[in-house]
Design a protein around this ligand. Structure first.
Ligand SMILES: [Zn+2]
Length: 330
């Protein structure tokens, strides 16, 4: 299915009223939760638009415009959800070019990404990527049933916003494609996005991929970590990952631990984190580079074997065949 067909189909649904899952009353009273997106105002004017278990996107609203930090997988219409929250002009800012952060780009007119990500965003995806991720979705849903059952009986950690959703009824996994898009604005380290009453500083934090950025709302003490800070496995095993560069970026972010209040991350179910977490991640990467970790074997979401260095509140995946000679530490 082409991007154009998807758009027309979505328009059709909107105009014929088959897609009104948006519920402003919401069980939590927090915002327009839909059948796919969890929507929650996590700070005044900052909304989590999450695809629980997959990716967390954020909408930051100013007085003149709004920024949508990542557009998710593209399996449901994130633009519609964002426009239910704010009528202001929307600029999409991608944390980096990877498909799970840019899948909804095709629904928008204004797309910004770090300069290094521009050609990567427009390039055809690696073969098998879409199929590989759809297979992961199936495994995730299979795991969810018994996990939820055990939580209901014993653990009670799963709050409403942490519920894994079945795929939207109107979405056919067999047609899922990673659609290249063309950015309309290129970002650089130090760029300041002024939304009126809210400024977002672009920090270039390569490592996970060469184009990774974080957004810093200095006045409100908020850091949006992209894929540089995550609460779960941090992916440093990819072909375009670089562990020493990653360590430098996390050390730089650790310098913000004394000035930010809240750190928001793009993956897994612990979305809001204390600034101290920045110190933990930087320390973990330092130990990784210093060879001061042991590894266990694991697989990533595309079923690729990886080595995992496990820390108290997160872990780091590195390539099973790593150029750092980390095997020596096994
Ligand atoms: Zn990524």
């Amino acid at each position: 299915m082409s991007a154009r067909e998807v758009t027309e189909e979505e328009n059709h649904r909107v105009h014929h009223g088959h897609h009104h899952h948006v519920d402003f009353t919401g069980a939590a009273g927090n915002g327009p939760r839909t059948s796919w997106f969890e929507v929650k105002e996590v700070e005044p004017g900052v909304y989590l638009l999450s695809e629980p278990g997959h990716v967390n996107n954020f909408l930051m609203v100013g007085t003149k415009s709004a920024v949508l930090f990542d557009t998710g997988l593209g399996v449901a219409n994130i633009r519609k959800v964002a426009e239910e929250i704010t009528p202001l002009p929307l600029l999409v800012v991608n944390s980096h070019y990877h498909f799970d952060h840019t899948g909804g780009n095709r629904l928008f007119d204004e797309i910004a990404i770090h300069r290094i990500g521009a050609p990567l965003l427009q390039a055809p995806p690696p073969p098998g990527l879409a199929e590989g991720y759809m297979a992961y979705m199936q495994r995730l849903l299979q795991a969810w049933g018994p996990y939820k059952e055990a939580d209901d009986l014993y653990f009670h950690l799963l709050t409403a916003e942490r519920m894994i959703r079945p795929l939207p009824r109107e979405f056919d996994p067999a047609t899922y494609q990673v659609v290249p898009t063309v950015p309309t604005r290129l970002l650089e380290e130090g760029d300041l996005l002024d939304l009126g009453g809210r400024k977002l500083l672009v920090m270039h934090t390569p490592g996970h991929s060469p184009d990774c950025i974080c957004l810093l709302d200095e006045e409100n003490g908020l850091l949006f970590g992209g894929d540089t800070i995550n609460t779960g496995p941090i992916y440093a095993q990819l072909e375009d990952s670089d562990v020493p560069t990653f360590a430098k970026s996390t050390a730089r972010l650790a310098g913000l631990a004394g000035s930010v209040r809240q750190v928001f991350v793009c993956h897994f179910l612990r979305v809001e984190n204390e600034p101290r977490f920045l110190l933990e991640v930087a320390d973990g990467f330092k130990r990784l580079v210093d060879g001061d970790v042991t590894f266990r074997q694991n697989i990533d979401c595309l079923n690729t074997p990886v080595l995992e260095a496990v820390f108290d509140n997160f872990s780091v995946f590195v390539a099973a065949e790593t150029p750092l000679g980390l095997h020596a530490a096994l």
